[in-house]
Design a binder for this molecule. Sequence first.
Ligand code: ADQ
Length: 465
Amino acid sequence: MSRLVILSNRVADLRKTSQSGGLAVGLADALRQRGGVWFGWDGETLQTQPREATVEQVGNVRMISAAMTVEDYMNYYVGYANSVLWPLFHYRLDLVDFHAPYFDAYQRVNANFAGLVAPYLQDDDLIWVHDYHFIPMANCLRRLGCRQRMGFFLHIPFPPPDLLAASPNHRYLVEALLDYDVLGFQTTADTINFRHYLEEWGVGEVLDERTIRYKGRTIAIDRYPIGIDVETFRDMARNAPDDVRIDSARREKLGRKQIIGVDRLDYSKGLPDRFQAFGKLLAQHPELEKQVTFLQVAPPTREDVNAYSDIRDELEGLTGSINGRFSDFNWTPLRYIHRPVPRETLAALFRASHVGLVTPLRDGMNLVAKEFVAAQDDEDPGVLVLSQFAGAAEDMTEALIVNPYDTDTMAEAIHQALMMPLDERKARHKALLDHILHQDTQRWLATFLNDLETAGGHTNPPPDS
Ligand code: ADQ
C-alpha cells in the first residue's frame, strides 16, 4: 500500500485524543491507521521565512510543519485565503477584497510550502491536498518534478461559473485544480458547478460526469460527502459531564425545552438571521414564554479579518435586544457563548436539546448537522432544522429544511420542531441516522483514497511546468 501524505493548511495535534473539528479527527484516524506524513503550517509567524520545516515523529505518522512570515500571514492567510477565496466560494462577493498582493502571496506561500515538503516525498506516495488554501499545491509540486498521484478535496462549496468569474484569477484557479489526478467535492451541486465552468469557459473537455480531459491528461472528479465517526460521537453524547446533567435536570423540572446552535463565528453560518428567527418565534408565540431557551455556542475564528469582528458586534447587539425584550428574572431566553467548548460537552449538549438549528447561508457540508443527529436519544430524539444551502441538505432530506434568509418561515419551522409528535420525530431521526451511518468518515476516506490509488497518476504525462 502506498504511503499517504496529507497536506492541509493546519496540522492537528495527533497526541490529543479529542480534536476539535471533524476534519482533524477524520484525517488523524486515517493517518494513525495506515501511517504516513502530515504537512502544514504550524500556526507560527516569523519575521523571515524559515528554510527548513520541523519534523516530528508521532507514532507511525511523520508530522512536518513550517512557520510563515508575518507578511505572508496577512496577505496569504488573512488576505487571499480568507478575504478572497472564502467569501467568493460562499457567494459573498460583497465581502471579497481583490488586492493584488494577496494573490502574489498565495502563489508564493504555496510554492514555499511545496519546496519545504518536496524533499520528504517518495516516488510512490499518494498525495492528498486539502482545501482552498492549497489549490495551486499540485502545480507547485509538479514544477519541482514531483510525479506522484495527487488528489484534492475542497471542503467548501464550489460556486457557479458566473460567480467564480468575478475573480480576476478564476482561470488560474480552475487550471490549478486540473493539475490534480482526482478532484473531490462535497456535493453533486458542486461537481455540476465545476463542470459548467469548464464548458462555459472552454477549459479542458468534459468526457462524462466523472472524467475530464485536459492537456492530454485524465482527471477524475466526483462528490465525496464528508461524514463523522458516528459511534464515537454517540458514546460521547451518552456520557454527559456533571454540569450538563445538572443543567438539563433543572430545565426538565421547569418543563423547558432547549434549542441549540453550534458554529464557528462566521458570516457564512447565518447567525444573525437565526437570532432574528428566534426573536420572531417568541414574539409570535407568547405561550412559549419560559418554555424554551436557545443556546448558541459560537467560538471566535479568523479575528484578524474585519468581516468577523463586524458579525461579532451584530450578534452581541441582537442578543442584548432579544434578551432585553423577553427575559424575566428567572428566564434568559438566549444564551450566547463566544468561547470554544470541549467536544464532550458539545455532544452532551446536543443530546440534551430538543431542536438543533443548522442554518448557514452557505456551507460546504456542515458536520454539526451530522453530530446533532448522532447525539440524539433514539427513543426521544430532537429535531434538526437544516438550511437548504448547507451541503448536508442534499442527502439529509428528512430534516426540516428551511430557507435561512426567510426568518418568518424559519420561526415557524422552529415552532413545528418544538411541537413535533414523538412518532414523527422518531421516523425522521431514524432516516437521518441511517444516512449518517452510511456516509461516515471511513467511507469518505476509503472512497477518495481508492479513487486516488486507481487514478491516472503515473500514466498521465506531466502537466506543463
Ligand atoms: P466548518 O466551517 O468549520 O468546516 P463544520 O462542518 O460545521 O464547519 O465543522 C465544525 C466543527 O467544529 C464541528 O465538528 C463542530 O463540532 C466543531 N465546533 C464548532 N464549534 C465548536 C466549539 N465551540 N468548540 C469545539 N468544537 C466546535 C469546513 C466547511 C464545512 C465542512 C467541514 C468539513 O466549512 O462545510 O463540513 O469543513 O469538510
